[in-house]
Write a protein that binds this ligand. Structure first.
Ligand code: GTP
Ligand code: MG
Length: 472
């Protein structure tokens, strides 16, 4: 166990109202009070700072006073000082937090004084690492701290909060308990077989349990990973259609800035123009593309090829169609290309066609979601946003009650566990010796332990905390 006392500036670099310095370790109070002078209160009056450091600090109470340089009693800053006694702190060690003003010189000076009085500079993530090593949180909860800091949407935050509460940990522990119970029964059977020849463990019963209580649940958790990716990295949405239908106009409307060039000349957009937006809490990477049609122009042909590749990588395709004309040959060809994709049909330029209209779309697309808009006059854009959000969330089996989302590290371990359990399943089915099946189940348990941070290699722990910022 590391006995050192660590210190770091916990707030971001720069000028601000408040900057916080955090000290953790068994000497936190000694080092903190070496440079802190409490103001003495008499009634409501504040007296001059007391020059004798007081050792009477109640846990979880704020003290108002000054940070001074003990060598010359020079006041560095007016601060609030809070002491959190172990184990009731973030790291489960004694913690002192100093709330000073935020500026690089003032915070830097305080930090240097604390280093001089015996604290060591904390490494990235070292506070959270101590919380983990001291058993306050498991590894999944430590990882959730980074996810909270990095959350770009409220949904990503919600998922991270569930993880920090221990939801992922609990579901992994439940699965592990199931495996342990199964292993116990199999081990009893192994002992029993030594003395008896008849079957005492019902194979069908074991297979059922393995399938329903373990394998199915592992598979479900692994599936949730894809949803997590989408929430973290965004859903890819491509705006496609023939030239001049208003694709670039629509992109500009959706992102509310003039990003893509709009002209009445067909074939204006050649390169893919990508922007990130959040629609109804869903992070979306939206792309404007070159108009799809038969073309002899070399540059345009390259643009069209890029568009086609881009369609492949999109989760959702917005197929923009000019509402005033019957479906063209080019558009029929586009319908063919996007048959396998999740599509929203967007009929544009409705401002030009006041009378109601119905376009004949191919039979396969009769039930496809569709919206009528005018990109030029901003009509129907809100409705379109709603449909985009809905179709994007349909991409996944997400439901907010079940937002336990593994990250890549968890997913790889879950897959290892699943592999071992699938081997165990086959083993029972083909009546392999129980000794071999026990080994497989044990492997499955080990993989789950790795997720929680039990018996995990130090370099993996190091890798996880390396992603943190200093002071967390
Ligand atoms: N009346 C009307 N005109 C529109 C609407 N949307 C776009 N336009 C016009 O249609 C023309 C083409 O618009 P763009 O947004 O450049 O079309 P595009 O699909 O990106 O065209 P390419 O990049 O050439 O494939 C421009 O003159 C726009 O002002 C609309 O809803 N109503
Ligand atoms: Mg364009």
């Amino acid at each position: 166990m590391d006995n050192s006392t660590i210190v770091a500036i916990a707030t971001p670099n720069g000028i601000g109202g408040i900057g916080i310095i955090k000290i953790s370790g068994r000497d936190a109070l000694r080092i903190g009070t070496a440079i802190f002078r409490k103001h003495q209160m008499s009634g409501n009056q504040l007296d001059e700072p007391n020059s004798i450091p007081s050792l009477e600090f109640k846990s979880h109470h704020f003290y108002y006073g000054n940070i001074i340089n003990p060598e010359n009693n020079q006041v560095i800053d007016e601060v609030l000082f809070v002491f959190m006694k172990a184990p009731h702190s973030y790291t489960r060690e004694d913690i002192v937090e100093i709330q000073a003003h935020s500026g690089s010189v003032v915070l830097g000076t305080i930090l240097n004084l604390l280093l001089k009085y015996g604290a060591l500079l904390a490494k990235p993530g070292e506070f959270t690492k101590r919380a983990y090593l001291n058993g306050r949180i498991d590894l999944t909860q430590a990882e959730a701290v980074i996810d909270i800091i990095n959350a770009k949407t409220t949904q990503a935050l919600e998922i991270a909060n569930k993880q920090i509460k221990g939801d992922l940990k609990k579901s992994i522990e439940l699965l592990r308990d199931e495996m342990l119970n199964l292993l116990a029964e199999i081990e009893v059977a192994i002992d029993f077989y030594d003395d008896h020849d008849d079957e005492i463990v019902e194979n069908d019963y074991l297979l059922n349990r393995l399938q329903n209580n373990i394998i199915n649940k592992l598979e479900k958790l692994i599936e949730q990973y894809d949803y997590g990716l989408i929430i973290k990295d965004g859903i890819n949405v491509a705006i496609i259609g023939r030239p001049n239908v208003g694709k670039s106009s629509l992109l500009n409307r959706l992102i509310q800035k003039e990003r893509s060039i709009v002209t009445p000349i067909p074939g204006t957009t050649r390169d893919i123009i990508e922007e990130n937006i959040i629609i109804r809490g869903v992070p979306i990477n939206i792309a404007d593309t070159a108009g799809l049609h038969e073309s002899d122009d070399l540059v345009e042909t390259i643009g069209i090829k890029k568009t086609q590749e881009h369609i492949e990588n999109s989760h959702v395709v917005l197929f923009l169609i000019d509402a005033g004309f019957p479906i063209s040959e080019d558009e029929l060809a586009i319908f063919q290309q996007i048959k396998e994709k999740q599509v929203i049909l967007v009929f544009n330029k409705i401002d030009l066609f006041k009378n109601s209209f119905e376009l004949e779309v191919p039979e396969d697309f009769k039930n496809t979601a569709s919206v009528k808009i005018s990109a030029l006059y901003n009509l129907g854009i809100d409705k379109l946003k709603e449909v985009i959000a809905k179709e994007c969330l349909n991409q996944t089996s997400y439901n907010s009650n079940n937002s336990i989302i593994p990250n890549l590290r968890h997913k790889l371990a879950l897959e290892l566990s699943l592999q071992s359990l699938a081997t165990a399943y086959e083993g029972i089915k083909t009546q392999k010796p129980f000794e071999l099946i026990a080994i497989d189940i044990d492997e499955g348990i080990k993989a789950l332990n790795e997720i929680l941070g039990i018996n995990i290699r130090p370099d993996i722990i190091h890798q996880i905390f390396e992603r943190f910022c200093i002071g967390k």
